[in-house]
Design a protein. Structure first.
Length: 304
């Protein structure tokens, strides 16, 4: 887990204690009771994230047993045979054109939103999650991304290494990463300003793109490029090819704009799982291209 994620988790937990526990003392029973009472205030995904945040905070305080109880707590809204109505999901913009990308870059520059400008460049060309942006290391022109997603067992998600062929694009992305790392603002603050500026740029729209929208577009671009499902999962930082079913639509992607090499070295794909019940054949039908490893994708030979 990155320091940025840890900080965000602590903020979520503290906000919950302040707004939901009220005058009740901080205890396992009080937390579980407050979670049950406020379950309908959160969307299922947000509730799950909140549980993880509280569990992390409680574990950090030295109460491992209590942290496990909180993690095992079942959301009463989504529990089997529950009659409680879940809070409606927000409809996410999942497709962003290249023209919209360029307009937003120009808008950020005019508004002097330089952190948001850098974040947009990074997510457009590398497709990373916001919490991963400051955990990118550049070694010999390759972008080493430390995965932030955790599995159900609590292990960190797929790390990956991406390469950009275009030298100009690579330099721009490297500079954006460096500038964002040197910024004192939190990723949460940058993400909030990102949304606000999108609403300012497109005031008549009912829905506006977020950083996640550009990650979805990155997935769409990968799908139409003809890359194999395990390669797409790896490049997006997924542990399973099943996850890529939720990200991007090949019909909305455009190839030739990423500047990324076709695939990483094959030994780095070994951690990606391909479940038996996975819709990977659909990806090949949509792309219309069978993946063939290029010369630079082959594993390098060890020097004797």
């Amino acid at each position: 887990m990155t320091p940025e994620t840890e900080k965000r988790y602590q903020q979520l937990a503290n906000h919950f204690y302040t707004t939901k526990l009220l005058e009740r003392p901080l205890s396992t029973s009080a937390i579980l009771k407050a979670l049950a009472e406020s379950a309908q205030d959160y969307r299922p995904n947000t509730f799950r994230k909140l549980k993880n945040a509280i569990s992390f905070d409680v574990r950090a305080r030295g109460y491992a047993g209590a942290a496990e109880k909180i993690l095992r707590f079942v959301n009463p809204v989504t529990a089997p045979q529950s009659t409680m109505k879940p809070k409606a999901k927000l409809k996410l913009v999942k497709s962003v054109s290249e023209d919209e990308f360029e307009k937003l870059l120009e808008h950020f520059q005019k508004a002097e939103c330089y952190d948001e400008f850098c974040a947009l460049v990074i997510v457009w060309y590398l497709g990373v999650r916001p919490c991963e942006m400051r955990a990118i290391h550049i070694i010999e022109g390759r972008f080493h991304i430390r995965g932030a997603k955790q599995s159900h067992e609590g292990t960190r998600g797929a790390d990956r290494v991406l390469e950009i062929d275009d030298e100009h694009i690579r330099d721009v992305v490297e500079e954006a990463i460096t500038l964002l790392k040197n910024s004192a603002r939190s990723i949460g603050a940058i993400r909030d300003c990102f949304r606000k500026q999108c609403r300012s740029l497109w005031p008549r729209r009912k829905r506006h793109p977020t950083m996640k929208s550009f990650r979805h577009q990155f997935g769409s671009n990968l799908k139409i490029s003809g890359r194999a499902p395990d390669v797409i999962a790896y490049m997006m930082g997924h542990q399973s090819t099943r996850s890529i079913e939720k990200y991007g639509d090949a019909r909305k992607g455009f190839s030739g704009k990423l500047g990324l090499k076709a695939a990483p070295y094959h030994q780095e794909l070994s951690s990606v799982r391909t479940p038996a019940r996975c819709k990977t054949p659909m990806l090949h039908r949509l792309s219309g291209v069978q993946h063939v490893p290029a010369a630079h994708e082959k594993a390098p030979q060890k020097l004797s």
